[in-house]
Design a binder for this molecule. Structure first.
Ligand SMILES: Nc1ncnc2c1ncn2[C@@H]1O[C@H](COP(=O)(O)OP(=O)(O)OP(=O)(O)O)[C@@H](O)[C@H]1O
Length: 228
């Protein structure tokens, strides 16, 4: 089953800059893949089209067979709650505790308090922050903050998680830890797409890799090809 499909998608910004040209690919449910390419190749733009912070200039993006062009108005917020997003700069609420930050997607969808508390505790344990639930983000290290961001993105068990340079400013040990977390998600029913320009990391992971070059899909490398 396909969770995501790009059909001949192009994106030209109002400035006249073309960020994506005629990009087509499909992501299966439970798949984990990387998007790589030089700075300015179009990686962030591609992810933005998935969580609807940008719209394509032409072509079609299908999420779970839903044409995203038809998702407008209040349905945009609903769509965003179905897709988990991890940013490099965390985007945590600095005046709320770790637990409150992680609970946010559940609170927004009206989950019961008891259930919310249970899920938040369980996901914080999974990311190794069970004992930091009452800390404020400013009291955590960069790697810990990144793990809070990931916990928030996965607490509602999204069918798709998109992450933009999620290990950008972390040391190799922490990067490996975070990648281990991402690797555990497909087994739990979440597909994972990670944009990264870190080629050595991408090669090490031995997953499918989409290579962007000046907005074009230059290569779609299978894990078997990487192992060869
Ligand atoms: N809001 C915008 N308005 C105009 N041009 C933009 C906008 N966002 C991105 N671009 C341009 O679109 C192209 C692709 O940018 P994008 O951020 O998608 O690349 P990227 O591969 O994620 O780069 P990086 O690795 O440096 O983050 C670049 O030429 C960039 O300058």
């Amino acid at each position: 089953m396909s969770i995501l499909r790009f059909d001949n998608v192009s994106k030209r910004y109002a400035s006249g800059r073309t960020a994506l040209s005629d990009v087509s690919f499909e992501v299966r449910a439970g798949e984990m893949l990387f998007i790589t390419g030089h700075s300015g190749a179009g990686k962030s733009t591609l992810l933005k089209l998935i969580h609807l912070s940008e719209r394509p200039s032409s072509g079609v993006v299908l999420y779970a067979d839903r044409n995203l062009a038809k998702v407008r108005g209040p349905r945009v917020a609903l769509h965003r709650r179905e897709v988990g997003v991890v940013f490099q700069d965390h985007r945590l609420l600095t005046d709320r505790t770790v637990a409150d930050n992680v609970a946010l997607p559940l609170v927004l969808r009206g989950e019961r308090r008891g259930e919310t508390g249970k899920r938040v505790r369980s996901v914080l344990d999974r990311v190794g922050l069970g004992d930091r639930a009452n800390a404020l983000p400013g009291q955590l290290s960069a790697g810990e903050q990144q793990r809070v961001g990931i916990a928030r993105a996965i607490v509602a068990e999204p069918r798709l998680l998109v992450a933009d340079e999620p290990t950008g400013n972390l040391d190799p040990t922490l990067s490996a830890e975070i990648m281990g977390l991402f690797e555990s998600l497909p087994g739990r029913g979440t597909s994972v797409m990670i944009a990264s320009h870190d080629l050595s990391l991408v090669k090490r992971m031995k997953k499918r890799v989409l290579v962007l070059d000046h907005g074009r899909l230059a290569d779609d490398i299978s894990p078997e090809d990487l192992a060869a």
